[in-house]
Design a protein around this ligand. Structure first.
Ligand code: ATP
Ligand code: MG
Length: 235
């Protein structure tokens, strides 16, 4: 579905992504692990079109989409939930979700049906449809940005540290929802520092270190490689 080859990206002299090659198959849940500053967010931003690559390629369904704008990537079916969790604070939950569907230009009843699907998946959002998004708890805002990204009807969902800063029971809920989303055939690339949790739900994993892939394998293989944790994942 997504194939990244020898990708290079950075910020001026900072080479944040160094020759990274990864792939995510249809309906596959792949996690990218790594310590702070490893380049995880930069990798996702480059795939999503928000950071221009200085080398390498991104293919989506066999089509070269390297360097496409973020808007084009969303239209092509790649949605990203950034680390920053930015909701439109003064808009309601329902308005935030409708904005997620804006780019689709779909018929209103299709959008409404998808909205109902999101409310079924995230009942906490349904209970708060008319609440200003800025007044939601951190966990609820995280649910909202994931649901909003899903309203674009993506084929590939890029998630940047969805568990960051959440209480353990909310972390479990978010991970359950990611598993639920996967059952619809969606391809998911999940960036996490919470390695043990991510490896429990992922099919495959890559370990990023200083912008490079330091290890890759099935989630079980990576989970068993305890030396990897000591060296690259901080524990
Ligand atoms: N806007 C920027 N300008 C300059 N350097 C940046 C910028 N954003 C990130 N970097 C640098 O790029 C490298 C990779 O950062 P990145 O945010 O991709 O790491 P990360 O793995 O997502 O880390 P974290 O786990 O802390 O989110 C770091 O050395 C960082 O300092
Ligand atoms: Mg990051």
């Amino acid at each position: 579905m997504i194939k990244v080859s020898n990708l290079e990206a950075g910020y001026g002299p900072v080479r944040a992504v160094r020759g990274v090659s990864i792939n995510v198959g249809k309906g596959e849940l792949v996690t990218v692990l790594g310590a702070n500053g490893a380049g995880k967010s930069s990798l996702l931003l480059t795939i999503a079109g928000a950071l221009k690559p200085t080398g390498g390629q991104v293919h989506l369904d066999g089509i070269d989409v390297t360097g496409s704008s973020p808007e084009r990537m969303v239209r092509r079916g790649v949605s990203m939930v950034p680390e920053t969790r930015d909701v439109f604070p003064d808009l309601t939950v329902a308005e935030n979700l409708r904005l997620g569907a804006y780019i689709r230009r779909s018929k209103i009843d299709i959008v409404r049906a998808d909205l109902e699907k999101m409310y079924a998946l995230f009942p906490r959002l349904q209970e708060r449809v008319d609440q200003a998004a800025g007044t939601l708890s951190g966990g609820e805002q995280q649910m909202l940005v994931i649901a909003r990204a899903m309203m674009a009807d993506p084929k590939v969902l890029l998630l940047d540290e969805p568990s960051l800063g959440l209480a353990p029971n909310l972390v479990d809920q978010i991970f359950d929802m990611i598993v639920e989303l996967k059952t619809t055939g969606l391809s998911i690339l999940l960036v996490e520092q919470n390695a043990s949790k991510a490896l429990q739900i992922a099919d495959r994993a890559y370990v990023l270190r200083l912008g490079e892939i330091a290890a890759e394998g099935s989630a079980a293989e990576i989970a068993e490689a305890s030396d990897l944790h000591a060296m690259y994942l901080g524990g």
